[in-house]
Design a protein around this ligand. Structure first.
Ligand SMILES: CC(C)(COP(=O)(O)OP(=O)(O)OC[C@H]1O[C@@H](n2cnc3c(N)ncnc32)[C@H](O)[C@@H]1OP(=O)(O)O)[C@@H](O)C(=O)NCCC(=O)NCCS
Length: 233
């Protein structure tokens, strides 16, 4: 019966065969589902929907984009298993790899992200950044691409930042950026490095090192996982 309904809604055969139909099946009714030529749009207030596959190669059919996320489907790439949650914004050529998570109020306006990247709520990142695999970006992390920002654009090379060949900040595989950290332009966070919550990073952070809030750099302790959970009672 579901298949018949979907046929009536003129969904492509390939979509009917894919297991993301499970998401549709979970819907209590067909409200908000309507057809737009070959592509279609799922508009529902409170469900996670598979994204309209205008460009099947750009947004993987196993990517999940919440109906209330803002995704520029004509320019971005989103990999398999990546989830973009409500009120997140993904625009202007942003590339997200596989199995990433983009939390509410994250703003990704360009730049490249690898696989399994966690992008927490409120992350602000425009163009000119290259983020590796397995990177954790904590809540409200800000990546900066303009060292001397001003209202006018003189001297600001947006085209170069969006070329995906030149990067002002790179973050290596497995790095962790703590809540509210600010990464200033021209700095590299090397693989497995940690940036403390609230830090303002004004120099490179070597692999496996911790950039502390006060600006000092220390080795990442081997037993860091044991100290992950701290309770007050
Ligand atoms: C970088 C970090 C891992 C360092 O942890 P650590 O090496 O165990 O640091 P310590 O707990 O030994 O801290 C040493 C001192 O520095 C302080 N400190 C550590 N990190 C700090 C930070 N980011 N801001 C302010 N003070 C900090 C501690 O309060 C402690 O002060 P005290 O000696 O007066 O008690 C940790 O502080 C951090 O920032 N974690 C990220 C948390 C986060 O952003 N989570 C993401 C979402 S939940």
């Amino acid at each position: 019966m579901l298949d018949g309904l979907l046929q009536a809604l003129c969904l492509p055969a390939s979509w009917r065969q894919e297991h993301h139909l499970a998401h549709l099946a979970r819907r209590p009714n067909g409200r908000g589902l309507h057809c737009r030529s070959a592509a279609f749009h799922l508009a529902s207030a409170d469900i996670i929907a598979t994204h309209p596959a205008k460009e099947a190669r750009m947004i993987h059919h196993r990517a999940l984009v919440h109906a209330k996320a803002h995704v520029d489907a004509n320019t971005v790439q989103i990999g398999a298993g990546t989830k973009v949650w409500q009120f997140a914004s993904v625009t202007r050529g942003t590339v997200l790899g596989d199995d990433c998570s983009v939390s509410p109020h994250a703003m990704l306006d360009g730049s490249i992200y690898g696989d399994r990247v966690i992008i927490s709520g409120g992350v602000m990142a425009g163009a000119g950044f290259k983020v590796g695999n397995d990177v954790f970006l904590g809540p409200n992390v800000v990546l900066c691409n303009d060292a001397w920002p001003a209202v006018d654009k003189d001297g600001y090379d947006d085209e170069r930042l969006r070329s995906k060949e030149w990067f002002t900040v790179t973050i290596g595989n497995g790095a962790t950026i703590g809540a509210g950290a600010v990464i200033l332009p021209g700095n590299r966070i090397y693989p497995d490095a940690v940036v403390a919550a609230g830090a303002i990073v004004n120099r490179n952070v070597p692999s496996g090192m911790v950039f502390c809030r006060g600006g000092s750099i220390k080795p990442k302790p081997e037993d860091w996982r044991e100290n992950r959970m701290r309770w007050v009672s």
